[in-house]
Write a protein of this length. Structure first.
Length: 172
């Protein structure tokens, strides 16, 4: 299900969209390594990330990567695979994080928002419930797309599409 947000401050959005990250591989790999080391799950994460230059600040690319991986780590068991792929598709960079955790229903995906935690009465959950809402907002701010889908029989597939950096339209 594609998650869309309305942006209300066009001048600030235009300024943000002038930023770019020139080395996607290094920025994402650093964020991933730090988080997997902290959670002692480096062996669970499979990376297949192509390098590219994208129209987003490196800090915000790292934040998106960290939030998606954190969500996958939190809701999947140690010893199960988390796959992270990144590649160029036409004029976008597509980042996909898939896990074998408990997943989400279409109804849950449709209601993602700040402080939203699902099935809290059944599962202990650390955090504020902001992770996926942050990803959705950052992706929208940079003119990208964010999509969540069930990974049957269990798990979640999170897909982020960000515009590639076009030097004629923005500065670094």
């Amino acid at each position: 299900m594609l998650i869309r947000l309305r942006l209300t401050q066009p001048k600030q959005v235009a300024m943000m969209r002038q930023h770019s990250c020139q080395d996607v591989f290094i920025e994402m790999a650093n964020a991933i390594q730090l988080l997997t080391d902290q959670n002692e799950r480096a062996a669970d994460v499979n990376l297949n990330i192509a390098d590219a230059s994208v129209q987003i600040s490196c800090e915000n690319l790292q934040k998106i990567t960290t939030e998606l991986l954190s969500n996958a780590l939190k809701f999947s068991m140690s010893g199960t695979s988390i796959n992270i792929t990144g590649h160029i598709v036409d004029d976008t960079y597509e980042l996909i994080v898939s896990d074998q955790g408990r997943g989400m229903t279409d109804e849950q995906i449709a209601t993602i928002g700040p402080y939203q935690q699902f099935e809290r009465q059944l599962y202990e959950q650390q955090g504020t419930g902001l992770g996926l809402a942050i990803v959705a907002k950052l992706v929208a701010l940079y003119g990208g797309e964010f999509e969540l889908a069930s990974n049957a029989p269990q798990g979640l597939i999170a897909t982020v599409r960000l515009p590639l950096h076009n030097p004629s339209n923005a500065s670094t």
